[in-house]
Design a protein around this ligand. Sequence first.
Ligand SMILES: C[S@@+](CC[C@H](N)C(=O)[O-])C[C@H]1O[C@@H](n2cnc3c(N)ncnc32)[C@H](O)[C@@H]1O
Length: 544
Amino acid sequence: MSTIPQSSPAASSTLANASTKSVTEASYDAIPYCSFPVPASHPDRMFNVARLFGLDPVLPESARVLELGCAGGGNLIPLANRFPKASFVGVELSKVQCDNAISAANYIGLKNLEIRHASITDINADLGKFDYVICHGVFSWVPDFVRDAILHVSSANLSERGVAFISYNTLPGWHFRGMLRSMMLQHVEGLEDPQAKTSQARTLLKFLAEANEGSNSMHAAFYRSEAVAFDKHPDQYVYHEYLEAFNKAYYFKEFVSEAQKHSLQFLGESDLPSNWIGNLNEKAKAKLEKVNDLVLRSHYMDCINNRTFRESLLVHSDAKIDRNVSADLLASARFSGSFKETVPSENPNSTADSTQKCYKLASGRVLTTSERSTQLAAEFLDQVYPCSLPIADLHRQIEDQLEKESMPSKIELKQLAASMIQWSLSGWIQFRFLDDRMKSSGFQKPKTTAWARSQARAGDLVTNQNHNVVRISGEDRLVLPMLDGTRDMESLANEMELLVRSGAIDLVLTDENKNLKGKELHRHAARQIVERLAANSFLLPETN
Ligand SMILES: C[S@@+](CC[C@H](N)C(=O)[O-])C[C@H]1O[C@@H](n2cnc3c(N)ncnc32)[C@H](O)[C@@H]1O
């Protein structure tokens, strides 16, 4: 490979702009990025964090949203589809990716999304102000002058109550990956074809892992774990993440100080649990509790966790952040979480404490408790999952149940809210200040988004209401495109019958349905599919 192009501080900005534009644009034109939704960048997430910390962000459904480096629109299109009264602008340097985004948006008839083929460095005041600015997977992979433009736009084009999201490779963790990148760049020197470079980068890592088989050295373990991770990464990810011309990782402190130069301050991580000292071990927590400066504390957390990536939220430096979350505010929060009762893995036959129960969380973690109010909180949340419960409803349900069980009421609303926010910061459950964006029961005319329906028609990766991509297959993929809110459950049962008759679906008989005949069997099958899609957060509230 020829030498890595670097931005020259001495060059005029126009010249630097022109030359780098061609390097980056050519790279993404040649190998377009697989463009998927980024859950951490969802305006709901930014809204919730800003609200938790005492700000008054704009409701996502009526916001103006800007994405810098929007690639093929995989993040913006589902947002624009979900919030028809909000307006969205995506700015993207690669023409090929812009065209992909435009044709996908046109396909589902979006009227509130504009994709601009331009550089972030071209943006000025004419584009107007935005309530949410999203820049995911760009900041570390562009030259300094584009990085500067990202922060400039995130401030100058951010509305007064706005929140900006910027993700970037983080130090010290990226030192390890940087070592790998450096070896890969050495190895592919002289090669021009991106595909050949990617393939050679994979070959090198595989060789390094195999050459260290049996070794328990630190670097051997790292090569092996990266080789396993690489097997799951598509080529385009390997190429853009490791072999791009530019790649700069930041210590968190440095990133915050760059942001401050543009009159921006750190609000919080989009993933709050990843920056919460309560998730450290007791020794580390005790030490870091004494560090009052949030930025410095976060920096040491990155050192402890060898953090490689951050998704940070920024607001204007004069925004009045209040990190002492008030009880009044928490009284308006809603919580969601999955708690599946399970047997204790260590001693499944233990009868030492008959009141003890274990619950498996979505993260795989197990909660073990004998506290009845805690058990009830877990069970009531699980009943409505993936939807959420307002804290007052959760409290009432727990109190009613405790009374039925003739147990004195043990928990105050404020105390419950404080516990639920602790659970949220621990990453066990999620909090929100907005109504649910989905429905999990009581279906009349089930409905999914136009984007999900078009994705299911085209393939098996479909965006749900949590802004996640879920792989669906078989009958779920055939039925999802029918859920446009026009068919009731009886019509869906008729559709099932047609699909079965045509041979498109082969209904498998189980203990549950083996005694059902004709229409009953098709009704049961339709309900099962709808419930499965709802459990995967695909169904919209039917008022939408
Ligand atoms: C790694 S991709 C990330 C895409 C998308 N944000 C995501 O997370 O899936 C980086 C994107 O930034 C775009 N990009 C790089 N420099 C840019 C610039 N100066 N102006 C606009 N887009 C740029 C690239 O073309 C590419 O689509």
